[in-house]
Design a protein. Structure first.
Length: 302
């Protein structure tokens, strides 16, 4: 059985419907027997390897499509829209997901510094926060062996950390190595941008001052703008706007009649501006979108 087939078989045995956590820390599997409508979410630093089916992930208007034998890497928290475009009962969408933890990557870099930094692309100063590449046979093999440890819990207790290190090593020495490497470097430009991103995500309802964010990231304002856009494909203001509007949409499910109050709560001083920007992002004014969200939630609960 080849590497991709082994990975697909292992995911099928351990996945429920949707995203399923496993006994291996940081490891999840995905199974979906139907395509989905585009759905907004916050993507966290993650590796996703597709074994079957096709998914599209859109960041600020740019769409990344990935299918069997390909992987997606996300290096910072990003507001994205996910859409399963190929999945069925006979051939469900199947994927392996690994949380990319900075401490694990940093430890590996400390032990393998010379080798990791001499690979092609290792010196890329500010890689994008999301990327898609073909998975090498070695990466597919390592992910399949990591999942296979779920069948032997006694072995997993001893071997899982080592196999996860191999997965990370395959990433570090692969086409997206520059991105993964910067996740583990506390002083990398990506780490500095990530610090500003975390501030925005927590304080999305506050006035954003780029000068203060640049200071938080220990960069000049011009340098901060350049690197923030390279990572997220957005300006800080655009990023904050997406976070605000996604939070507003989530609140509309619980409080569909308090549209003005929700607008104020997420940081808008003007109800008309809130309604205008909400419609631009989601394709409908808040009142209409709230009704559609309630109807969709009712159908999904039947």
């Amino acid at each position: 059985m080849d590497e991709l087939a082994r990975l697909k078989e292992s995911i099928s045995r351990h996945a429920g419907e949707g995203l399923t956590g496993t006994a291996l820390p940081g490891v999840s599997v995905v199974c979906s027997r139907a395509t989905t409508e585009p759905l907004g979410s916050m993507a966290e630093p993650t590796l996703a390897v597709v074994a079957q089916g096709v998914k599209e992930t859109t960041l600020n208007g740019r769409t990344f499509t990935y299918g069997p034998g390909q992987f997606l890497v996300v290096s910072v928290d990003l507001p994205v829209i996910g859409h399963l475009v190929q999945a069925s009962a006979d051939e469900p969408f199947l994927a392996f997901v690994l949380e990319l933890r900075p401490a694990r990557i940093a430890a590996l870099l400390l032990e393998t510094a010379s080798a990791a930094t001499t690979r092609p692309g290792a010196a890329d100063p500010t890689p994008a926060g999301i990327a898609v590449s073909d998975a090498s046979l070695a990466l597919l093999d390592a992910t399949a062996r990591l999942l296979a440890l779920l069948d032997t819990p006694d072995d997993a207790a001893t071997l899982a950390t080592g196999v996860e290190r191999e997965v990370l090593w395959r990433l570090l020495t692969g086409p997206q190595g520059a991105t993964v490497r910067q996740i583990g470097l506390a002083d990398s430009r990506l780490a500095h941008v990530a610090r500003a991103i975390r501030w925005i995500c927590v304080h999305y309802d506050e006035t954003l001052r780029v000068e203060e964010l640049a200071a938080l990231a220990t960069m000049s304002v011009s340098s901060f703008h350049r690197h923030f856009r390279a990572v997220t494909s957005m300006t800080p203001i655009q990023y904050q706007k997406q976070i605000r509007l996604r939070e507003a949409r989530a609140r509309l499910l619980a409080q569909p009649r308090d549209i003005t109050g929700i607008g104020y709560a997420v940081g808008y001083d003007s109800p008309s501006q809130f309604s205008r920007e909400y419609r631009r992002m989601f394709g409908a004014p808040p009142s209409d979108d709230a009704r559609a969200l309630r109807d969709a939630a009712a159908v999904s609960s039947i």
